[in-house]
Design a protein. Sequence first.
Length: 212
Amino acid sequence: MNSGAFHLPAYFDYLATFAWALSGAIVGLRKRFDIVGVFVLALLTSMGGSILRDGVFLQRPPPVLTGQLYLPLILAATFITAALRARIAHLKVVDQLVAAIDAIGTPAFAVVGMQLALGAGVPLPGVILVGAVSGVGGGVLRDLIVRDIPFILQPGQFSALVVLLACVAFLSFTLGLQLPTEASAWSTIALSFVVRMLTIRYNWRTRALMGE
């Protein structure tokens, strides 16, 4: 990989963590969980991808254990959700905020995961897997905990496919075209954001392989 590395701006990293934690906490409210359950969902939704990436695939401490602000942010999202539960449980602006953060954050965290995998000497198919898990792992863990079918397994608007596109695009930019890592990362994020917005605008969807 080209010299240099892509690093998420700290403010965006923390904003994305808080937004995803808030979305997980709201799912806990809607499922009628207690405060512990709401916190667990907030934690898994916001940090589940990095926990799987680092703890399972790369065997290193995940950021939630090494960063000083992640747990306080998740706790803050939990307590804010609990304190405003009557108002926030069905507030659409929260869903819109999370969707906007998700459109940028998911490919960004996928790129971070792929960089770590490349640095660890993981073969390219494994790099793509690590990148995808970094992007969607939190949502999958959240759905499993509440006993829903994970969103990436169901027909719906392109989401997992956009993450896969981001992974392939980043590797194509860095390894194929030999672009600088920073430029490759931002190009990947921009491309993924545009595709995600087009998906929402035109409601591009996957279909079940078997009809009813």
